[in-house]
Ligand binder design. Sequence first.
Ligand code: ATP
Length: 506
Amino acid sequence: MANNEDIFKKIISHAKEYGFVFPSSDIYDGLSAVYDYGEYGVELKNNIKNYWWRAMVQNHENIVGLDSAIFMHPTIWKASGHVDAFSDPMIDNRDSKKRYRADVLVEDYVAKIEEKINKEVEKAKKRFGDAFNEAQFRATNPRVLEHQAKMDEANTRLNNCLNENDLAGVKKLIEDLEIVCPVSGSRNWTEVRQFNLMFSTQLGSLSEETNTIYLRPETAQGIFVNFLNVQKSGRMKVPFGIAQIGKAFRNEIVARQFIFRMREFEQMEMQFFVRPGTELEWFEKWKAERLQWHLSLGTAPENFRFHPHDKLAHYANAACDIEFKFPIGFKELEGIHSRTDFDLTAHQKYSGRKIQYFDPELNESYIPYVIETSIGLDRTFLAILSNAYTEEVLEDGSERVVLKIPPVLAPIKATVLPLIKKDGLPEKAREIMDVLKVDFMCQYDEKDAIGRRYRRQDAIGTPYCITVDHQTLQDNTVTIRERDSMLQERVPIDSLTEIIRKKISI
Ligand code: ATP
């Protein structure tokens, strides 16, 4: 069986071959960690955005949308802490000349030990069969405990160093753990340095320091600086939220792993403003609600897990990631953060404007606290694509690759196929297409044998293939083939709209 790395490679090449994701500037050999979305990719991406927007804005009367500009006043990034603190610790290997995130080197080391523990557990599971008590094994097996202690120590030391901004300590940790460069295999490391992730550019034609502006590294600040505008114009009452989808830019030190870590990407963020003191309650509510959103797409629950942060960002009093089991392992997909009143307070201070909310029920003014849900659109795309990618051997021994994308997100909802290219079948198929395309993203395909056309639709995840044959001309019925089961059913043309609508409804 193919290992996960092979599957990841297959997904990447499938994404390119079938018009989901291309490397940016492909004819110039690409631009590192920047990608373009092709004809099906853009549909899937739009559908994910729409699904999120409907769940967050349309279904919450107390959440409204916003679309703020990417360029913002440079002082905003001073206030938010990004100018001073939005950096990653980096380290170079002198032999390979490769650059790494120092914290990620340690995290990878920890992940390897975790793998060892899991192997021990798997082995024991086989050995003991039904009588196996996993929790007890993990809590008592000496080898597991030894590994666990190593992991805990590495994690604790890393967090302490990062919290105290002790870069020499991070280097010492890498040395003590005897971490080698994956490329050169050597331990010839440079010092650890901080690297700010924000891209900067000049506003206007003068290249003076004061004209330096940044490409936003998160969409959240656009929401905070519009808090007063939206609260007043929308007559919003705390608790309420503001949601936004938009591009963000980070000059990531190491950007591999396809669209998992990009330098230009998209976020779907929602800032929820609450009464001070109630924020941890809302934090728990949003954790549960966001997990539910992911599960509502039908992905198996064991592919998700919560990962509470040990090291809290400067603005947070609680934080947790929703991690997804990507082919490259469990990794962050969404962050849920209790950001306190840090951002609004900072903007009040730097802007000189009073950013407060008068609570009519309490009859007092305060700066609201904030719960943020922040999800990467591209990572969600990757999660859906990798979860959908399926290789199947059929009964007749042939193989197919099928993308089992949730129908509500599928790029193309239905494809209309005349069985053959004559006898008036194409004309009839066109008639059906013309009706369906008003409501759904549809395709018409008359090229090649019907089996090949089905495969093409499987490969892009189309839930329904509608085939027009000679009987159609007599009784206005067609066969409709369902993607996952491949079952075909004869139905009246009049019922197609309703069948598709049902399939893709939330
Ligand atoms: P990581 O630890 O993976 O660098 P982060 O903790 O910096 O991520 P946040 O600042 O919490 O990420 O951003 C919120 C979400 O934005 C993440 O959960 C992720 O889905 C997405 N995201 C962040 N950085 C990138 C990136 N470089 N490429 C694609 N998506 C990203």
